[in-house]
Design a protein. Structure first.
Length: 228
């Protein structure tokens, strides 16, 4: 669908923060009329991933330190709760699934930052599922695309030390969940996401212009990569 393809390009930063979104060009790239593109952009505007400026048209929403602070402040509270509930409610199969994802993430530690962080996202998703709270999952889905976009930025400017620390924190959280140590799982997740917030906010404050330059490229020639 048109919405999913544009969304994926925004989340993957194939469409850069601040980049103009011209309906005709997008329609041509996607092989559709302007109508579904216009509808997709309106939906993305409601989700605050696209902004529409009078007389200038649509553009990809910016990525600022304030954006990261707002998104991660919500994420800290919701995911800490998810970890506590997972420790209370997760089945043995779900706990094994978390461990399996962390095995994959361990194997990616020194090979591919993008895939390493994708595995990390899957670990967090497993915890949310294991919490057994569908309403909590819905709330996290609302900010999920914003989190994913920030995670891509982080993967572009990470280091071996940061990835090792992130993996160690994941392993500690999984261990607490497996031991049904609900309060410890909650505290560890709170600290883990808070640390991520601090890193990405600092990154955007100190290197925001570098991030924007690194991710922009030539917008006149840029094309959306098709998603199967």
């Amino acid at each position: 669908m048109v919405y999913e393809r544009i969304l994926d390009a925004i989340v993957r930063l194939e469409l850069s923060p601040g980049e103009r979104l011209i309906e005709g060009r997008l329609a041509s790239q996607l092989g559709v009329s302007r109508v579904p593109v216009r509808e997709a952009l309106r939906q993305l505007e409601r989700e605050q991933l696209v902004v529409v400026h009078p007389r200038r048209g649509a553009a990809v929403a910016s990525l600022t330190a304030r954006d990261a602070t707002e998104v991660y402040t919500l994420r800290i509270t919701l995911e800490a709760l998810a970890a506590r509930l997972a420790a209370e409610n997760a089945s043995r199969e779900q706990i094994r699934a978390m461990a399996a994802v962390l095995q994959q993430q361990t194997a990616l530690l020194t090979t591919n930052p993008d895939e390493f962080y994708a595995a990390g996202a899957q670990f967090h998703a497993e915890i949310v599922t294991a919490s057994g709270n569908e309403k909590l999952a819905v709330l996290l889905k609302v900010i999920g695309h914003h989190v994913a976009r920030l995670r891509v930025v982080q993967s572009r400017f990470t280091s071996d030390e940061i990835m090792k620390r992130s993996l160690a924190e994941h392993l500690a959280i999984q261990k607490a969940i497996a031991r049904r140590a609900a309060r410890r799982a909650e505290i560890l997740m709170f600290s883990h996401v808070a640390d991520s917030r601090a890193r990405i906010v600092t990154m955007l404050e100190s290197e925001g212009s570098v991030v924007a330059s690194d991710l922009s490229g030539d917008s006149d020639e840029k094309e959306i990569v098709a998603v199967s």
